[in-house]
Design a protein around this ligand. Structure first.
Ligand SMILES: [Zn+2]
Length: 156
């Protein structure tokens, strides 16, 4: 079972590999390559260890460097830690990534609901999601590879 810092290093090692694979597979498509690389890098923050109630290394880093925005992030993910048992489904390859993508979608829908109810906002997330399905899938694939690396490190 690897420590948070080891996981972050593992993910950072994976980022150039994923980026290179995406570059080759997409026949040098800049957008696909960037999305896959960024998705993998985001694995440091959208990590399977968000299922822990105590602060993760990434959250501590975020709190130190984000001038307070990190508190919003920690707050947003607290219910996730309550919902999922540590190293349960949240750590399962692919499934864990899906739980976090759906969780983020849930947050976006909640923000939309409150924006519509209390601020008379007109925007809607669904057309955006529909329009960017492919980009979201590529980002999620990069994230899934980071999560897979996390799983491997937890089992060696
Ligand atoms: Zn873990």
């Amino acid at each position: 079972m690897a420590a948070g810092r080891t996981h972050n290093v593992g993910t950072l090692v994976l980022v150039p590999i994923v980026t290179w694979i995406a570059w080759e597979l997409s026949h040098h498509d800049m957008l696909v390559t960037s999305l896959a690389g960024v998705g993998c890098f985001c694995g440091i923050f959208i990590s399977p260890d968000l299922d822990m109630r105590q602060r993760t290394v990434s959250e501590t880093t975020l709190l130190r460097w984000s001038l307070g925005i990190g508190y919003v992030w920690v707050f947003l993910w607290y219910p996730y830690a309550m919902l999922f048992r540590h190293r349960g489904i949240s750590h399962a390859p692919i499934f864990g990534t899906i739980t976090r993508m759906l969780y983020l979608l849930g947050i976006a829908l909640l923000v939309q609901y409150f924006a519509h109810s209390y601020a008379d906002a007109q925007w809607n997330i669904w057309p955006w999601v529909n329009q960017h399905q492919q980009s979201i899938a590529i980002f999620a694939a990069g994230l899934a590879i980071a999560d897979l690396g996390h799983w491997v490190l937890d089992h060696v």
